[in-house]
Design a protein around this ligand. Structure first.
Ligand SMILES: NC(=O)C1=CN([C@@H]2O[C@H](COP(=O)(O)OP(=O)(O)OC[C@H]3O[C@@H](n4cnc5c(N)ncnc54)[C@H](O)[C@@H]3O)[C@@H](O)[C@H]2O)C=CC1
Ligand SMILES: O=C([O-])CC(=O)C(=O)O
Length: 377
């Protein structure tokens, strides 16, 4: 340690290094020192980056991650407005040290050394749009961020929120494959909001506390591709056909319900930040080595013929350590191609595949040609 390291002037200089979040790359070493000092005394904590931190989801998510005791260093990156968000969040008296980064030239500094990268960057929907309508713009954003992850923190676990999740996750996978850093366990599409909605709406029907309810939601993250497994609700319960129809429809269209209520001012941000923080916390607990952490996530999968599928996964030190089987499905949930509901299911799987294929067309023409031969829509 420098002989004057604990002198008042040195301490003031060290604090001042935090106060200009727009120039973190100039002060990286000095500014990260306090986090390292704290880590010596207690639990080491994880380094987490929020990419898209100045957005509707990003700001609330940054606040919630600053409150997470498992986080020792929190990097906030966006292409606009990060200095203000960083200054604001950094005044919370919780232990995580916050640093802000702005613009493409600071992406590398923002990502270097990160253990977990959470990505809510990209355009949100307006009324009348589908998530797929965001593809052209958000695919490019996700690609450039993932190129940064591959370069600066290739071993980080990635929580991808940007829509359309059914396509952005396959795109991220292709970027990582090209960079030679792809590990399917470390790439997780965030579908926790579907589960949060399912728990909330089911709890309303049952008249119980939503915290006591757990509904697995599988498939994808868009309209009919979102499939709540109402036959597997915990604690066990049963529903009338009308309740199943109401719940399935409301869960599948929860995002649109918010988009319409916001009337042009964006899509779900607060509930999404809550859901993303919950999922990130589960990932961090898994990374710490806690046993029995199971969450639904959209991941590379072999549970169906689709290359990516949302289902329950066991989270561990390396990310999605195990993809759990779908479990027993009832007729409504499993019947492919039989009757109206089965046709809907068939349509739903086709939609996920269609969106995935579209992402291959964009980024991996060889894989696109192969996937086209399997597409059923
Ligand atoms: N997975 C899910 O369940 C959900 C996903 N979403 C999606 O999350 C995304 C973000 O939504 P909001 O926060 O409401 O949007 P927003 O527009 O409020 O914020 C997006 C932020 O991303 C930033 N950004 C744009 N390009 C960037 C880049 N290259 N690098 C870093 N940051 C960049 C913008 O500057 C902005 O601050 C949307 O695509 C939305 O559809 C929203 C709700 C639920
Ligand atoms: O609906 C949207 O566009 C945002 C989203 O993914 C959700 O709220 O589930």
């Amino acid at each position: 340690m420098h002989p004057d390291a604990t002198s008042p002037s040195h301490r003031i200089a060290r604090v001042a290094a935090h106060l200009n979040p727009t120039r973190p790359q100039m002060e990286e070493g000095a500014a990260l020192r306090p986090a390292a000092c704290r880590a010596k005394g207690g639990a080491p904590g994880f380094k987490v980056a929020v990419v898209g931190a100045a957005g509707g989801i990003g700001q609330s998510l940054s606040l919630l991650m600053k409150m997470n005791p498992l986080v020792s260093v929190l990097h906030l990156y966006d292409v606009v407005n990060t200095p203000g968000v960083t200054a604001d969040v950094s005044h919370m008296d919780t232990s995580a040290v916050v640093r802000g980064f702005i613009g493409q030239q600071q992406l590398e500094a923002a990502l270097t050394g990160m253990d977990l990268v959470i990505i809510p960057a990209g355009l949100p929907r307006k009324p009348g749009m589908t998530r797929d309508d965001l593809f052209n713009k958000n695919a490019g954003i996700v690609r450039s961020i993932c190129e940064g992850v591959a370069k600066s923190c290739p071993n980080a676990i990635v929580n991808l929120i940007s829509n359309p999740v059914n396509s952005t996750v396959p795109i991220a996978a292709e970027v990582f494959k090209r960079a030679g850093t792809y590990c399917p366990k470390r790439l997780l599409g965030v579908t926790t909001l579907d589960v949060a909605r399912a728990n909330t709406f089911v709890a309303e029907v049952l008249g119980v506390d939503p915290r006591e309810v757990n509904v697995p939601v599988v498939g994808g993250h868009a309209g009919v591709t979102i499939l709540p497994l109402l036959s597997q609700v915990s604690p066990p319960c049963s529903f009338t056909p009308d309740e199943i129809s109401y719940l399935t429809n409301r869960i599948q269209n929860g995002g649109t319900e918010v988009v319409e209520a916001k009337a042009g001012a964006g899509s779900a941000t607060l509930s999404m930040a809550f859901a993303a923080a919950k999922f990130a916390d589960a990932c961090l607990r898994g990374m710490r080595g806690d046993a029995g952490i199971v969450e639904c996530s959209y991941v590379a999968s072999e549970v169906t013929e689709l290359p990516f599928f949302a289902s329950k996964v066991r989270l561990g030190r390396g990310g999605a350590e195990e993809i759990l089987p779908l479990g027993p499905l009832n007729d409504f949930e499993s019947r492919p191609g039989e009757g109206e509901e089965g046709a809907e299911r068939e349509h739903s799987e086709g939609r996920v595949l269609h969106e995935q294929v579209r992402s291959y067309e964009w980024i991996a023409p060889d894989l696109y040609r192969y996937a086209k031969t399997k597409e059923r829509v």
